[in-house]
Design a protein around this ligand. Sequence first.
Ligand code: 1GP
Length: 251
Amino acid sequence: MTAPWADWDHIVKLDPDKDLYGDETFDDVCATGTDAVEIGGTTGMTEAKMERFVEPCLEACADHGVDCYIEPSHAGAVVHADGLDGYLVPIVLNARDPFWTTGAHRHWVKEDADIDWSRTFTEAYVVLNPDSSVAEYTEADCALDASDVAAYAEVAERMFGQRILYIEYSGMLGDPAVVAAASDAVEETAVFYGGGVGDYDAAYEMGRHADTVIVGDLIHDAGADAVRETVRGAKDARRTQNAASRSDEQE
Ligand code: 1GP
């Protein structure tokens, strides 16, 4: 089965703990041309906050043909709703606190009898911005160079069978060389990149190495027009990647 994310060049990540920009709507978010919306956040996540976003977002996603997933940080942030495409569950590989690698997951599986495994997938995170809330919460070991991150990428794919590797610089633009090293280290596993993407150039640069570029804060802080530029950057990068692999094949 083709992975749902196989054609995703760009994702908007919506944080239910924040508001949309100005008087923008979920329609505006979906009209940016993004391929998928992920709803989830690190701090202050509750079922009520998730629900506030999920219902209206699902409607907009359906109207625009955008996939809609939730990314539950823990069991209390899981909502089941009709029309949801599925669940992308983070596993933080470099967390020092095992709650974020298997602990939260055990709680969820134990408490929730309604998990639809056919639509539930995991994302193997490597968290790299030491100043981000996700690094603080998970007590992530962020002192990693490109070869460490490449090793984690291989661990994710070869040892843990992860289909998504998520290079997470939340709040800051990361090092493209690190993303490139991670991409080179995997064969089939898709590489997601998120963190500090704020314009066309940043999306293009990260999209040259990652399969999918994720934009979070920008949708809340600058709005849909700014995000549309990043969609363009990620999609142009994909075209460049495709053209390069076609010419490799011909040689
Ligand atoms: C956060 O990777 C995402 O989980 C996006 O990061 O908010 O910095 O865009 P930003």
